[in-house]
Design a protein around this ligand. Structure first.
Ligand SMILES: *Cc1c(COP(=O)(O)O)cnc(C)c1O
Length: 356
């Protein structure tokens, strides 16, 4: 199926950044994708235009009530110069799951994937090639009615912007120190925890700030009711290896269903490793550590792919995991997924999609 996406090229292309000095999310490419929604008309006018500021009325709903959703994925350039996206349909299907919760109208998944591919193709010279670098893709939807009443908006914008990003691990993979958060909670069942929406991030900032002040990189979130069950680590899903079994919290409405999480589960199972999705308490992790059976812990997400956990602090009890070093299972998952994403390893799962 082909869609009529109009393309207006910029008259003032920007100069490209130094590939070896890229950070995260600071530099944006020459173009962006925009499509509008109007009640009664549906989504219309899909277009690629020069990247630039949006002009909006100060009363625009998204500024006041946060009715918005977003996604994050990456494009990679292979050593042969091919451009690959990692499971882009999953992101566009997930944005509709978030949309349902936030009362935002569905987008057409095929059109959204096509928009993503077309935009990446227009700005393909922006995809960095240095080891570990990529082009980060940020699709998002905002409510745009100029109105201060509380109700779902009747107009929206779906936008995609692109940002060349540096290697997440420049000096090898270093396991991080994690603070188990016992005061603040991120989400509860029935809330918006399973949606990728700005409010979840706004709610998590204070815990992140306080954890940093205490010398930790991120927080481990516990459930919002009993503060017993493990949910996520920072903005990543979390996995534990106890004996030979890998365990990750089951999706029960307060956890984001990560695409890296799903890919990790599929990869581990294909490698003959037992993976269990279930509720798991922080006490169980500490008990396994005391018994010597806690082998590894790691977070999963698009930005880092795998982030090994080297230390946990829960109510002032500090435990070290795998001597603060990355474990073999974490390493295998990292090497395989990043290898497939960058075209250096054969994609036996059918995960990557080429952009022509
Ligand atoms: C985006 C996100 C993740 C990771 O999802 P991926 O699809 O693997 O990038 C995990 N937790 C939260 C809260 C997120 O927003």
């Amino acid at each position: 199926m082909s869609y009529q996406i109009s393309i207006q090229k910029t008259q003032n292309p920007k100069s490209k950044p130094d590939q070896n000095k890229l950070g995260f999310g600071q530099i944006f490419t020459d173009h962006m994708f925009i499509m509008d929604y109007t009640e009664g008309k549906g989504w219309h006018d899909p277009r690629i235009v020069p990247y630039g500021p949006l002009s909006m009325d100060p009363s625009t709903m998204v500024f006041h009530y946060g009715q918005a959703v977003f996604e994050g994925l990456k494009a990679y350039k292979t050593p042969e110069g091919k451009i690959l996206l990692f499971r882009p349909r999953k992101n566009m299907e997930r944005i509709n799951i978030s949309n349902d919760r936030l009362c935002i109208p569905h987008i057409d998944v095929d059109l959204a994937v096509e928009a993503c591919k077309t935009l990446v193709s227009v700005d393909k010279d922006w995809i960095p090639e240095a080891e570990g670098t990529s082009l980060y893709i940020r699709p998002f939807i905002i409510s745009t009615d100029p109105f201060l009443g509380v109700k779902p908006s009747s107009t929206y914008k779906f936008i995609i912007i692109l940002s060349p990003v540096g290697a997440y691990y420049k000096e090898g993979i270093n396991p991080v120190k994690i603070y188990v958060e016992t005061n603040y909670v991120r989400a509860v069942k029935g809330g918006i925890g399973y949606s990728k929406t700005p409010g979840n991030y706004a709610a998590s900032l204070i815990a992140q700030v306080e954890a940093k002040e205490k010398g930790y990189t991120q927080v481990l979130w516990l459930d919002g009711v009993e503060k017993k069950y493990i949910e996520e680590v920072g903005t990543m899903n979390v996995f534990f290896k106890i004996n030979d079994e890998v365990i990750t919290p089951s999706l029960e409405g307060s956890i984001l269903a990560g695409i890296t999480r799903q890919s990790t589960i599929e990869l581990l199972r294909a490698s003959g490793i037992k993976v269990t999705e279930r509720r798991i308490t922080i006490q169980e992790i500490y008990d396994a550590h005391a018994a010597g059976t806690l082998k590894e812990a790691f977070g999963t997400g698009t930005a880092a792919v795998i982030s090994p956990i080297g230390e946990l602090s829960w109510n002032d009890n500090v435990i070290k995991i795998n001597d603060g070093k990355i474990g073999e299972t974490s390493m295998m998952v990292y090497d395989t997924i990043t290898g497939i994403q960058s075209g250096k390893k054969e994609d036996t799962f059918g995960w990557v999609v080429e952009v022509k």
